[in-house]
Design a protein around this ligand. Structure first.
Ligand code: PSU
Ligand code: MN
Length: 304
């Protein structure tokens, strides 16, 4: 048995001609944003990548088949269904064996991207160490995946709902390069500045692609995390987000929200508490990350 990936027509053509490809995750569609903004955003992000001269490959498991690139109808069906599973490293293979439909997290999308030969992937924010992890042990599988799987992940920083200092410590322990793009501070998803210094900084897509190449040449496994600050016009300052995040986090604890449900719950509550403003910022930052990822994908094709 071999892994049979279903490629969309544009991704199949890009693979054939060696054109730049950017992978996209789908949990942000099914569990990160409400319908219909999730669908509009997924389409806009794909168009941003095309406009930047690369090909988008949205990753998902549909009826047990791993897809790299969804057509319009598949994307719409996924965005509309409320029963899609949230698949990470632990569950993707089981979902495929059972013929299930599910969206891929950052970790699962990295696995799929590597299997499809795609070197770069854009998302909003990765998972990390949750606040209170000393009691809950809630640390996203995304962090381990970055240590193992050679894909460059472009995000806007770890989501600010997390314990960012602890997330940085774990990434350092795992040997994951955390690279702020164009600034010294680590961005914090909705905000440009987390108040923490980023361990590394690069200022061009070419350097980011070259660093991935060097890592591979050194024989070091794993990927790299690029933290691209949300555009200034779209940011919500960290001081404004802090009380909202604190309230949502308290509610999650009071309601006994656990495991995979934590991140979707927090994002949903923060959307309500900000009157929808956090969603607009989330959309803007994903689109900005997609444009940077396309530039990096083009540099990867130059290095080949
Ligand atoms: N970025 C967003 N919205 C999201 C996510 C990322 O803007 O919903 C998803 C990603 O799929 C990421 C997941 O892998 O949240 C993290 O979930 P957890 O904390 O359960 O590992
Ligand atoms: Mn978790």
């Amino acid at each position: 048995m071999t892994l049979d990936i279903s490629y969309s027509a544009e991704v199949a053509a890009a693979r054939q001609f060696g054109a730049p490809i950017v992978a996209l995750e789908s949990t942000i569609i099914t569990h990160g944003m409400p319908y219909p903004r999730n669908l509009e955003t997924a389409r806009a992000v794909e168009d941003d990548i095309r406009a930047a001269g690369a090909v988008p490959a949205t990753i998902a498991v549909l009826d047990g088949r791993l897809h790299a690139g969804l057509d319009g109808a598949q994307l719409e069906a996924l965005a509309q269904r409320s029963d899609a599973a949230k698949l990470s490293r632990a569950d993707m293979a089981v979902a495929m064996a059972r013929g299930m439909t599910g969206a891929t997290t950052v970790a699962a999308t990295m696995i799929a991207a590597r299997a499809a030969g795609i070197q770069v992937f854009a998302t909003g924010g990765i998972g990390g160490v949750h606040k209170g992890a000393e009691d809950s042990f809630d640390i996203s599988a995304d962090l381990q995946e970055l240590a193992q799987t050679a894909v460059t992940v472009v995000c806007a920083g770890a989501k600010a709902i997390l314990d960012l200092p602890k997330t940085l410590e774990v990434l350092e322990t795992l040997g994951v390069p955390v690279i702020a793009y164009g600034q010294d501070a680590l961005p914090a998803f909705w905000s440009r500045d987390s108040g923490l210094a980023a361990p590394l900084r690069l200022d061009s897509a070419a350097e980011i692609a070259a660093a991935a190449q060097m890592r591979a040449l050194l024989g070091v496994p794993g990927g790299q995390l690029v933290a691209n600050p949300v555009p200034e016009a779209d940011e919500i300052p960290a001081a404004e987000m802090a009380p909202v995040i604190a309230q949502a986090t308290e509610e999650a604890a009071a309601q006994g929200i656990r495991a995979k449900a934590v991140t979707p719950f927090l994002l949903g509550r923060i959307l309500e508490l900000t009157g929808g403003r956090s969603l607009e910022t989330n959309i803007a930052l994903v689109r900005s990350n997609a444009r940077l990822a396309a530039a990096i994908a083009k540099e990867f094709t130059r290095l080949r």
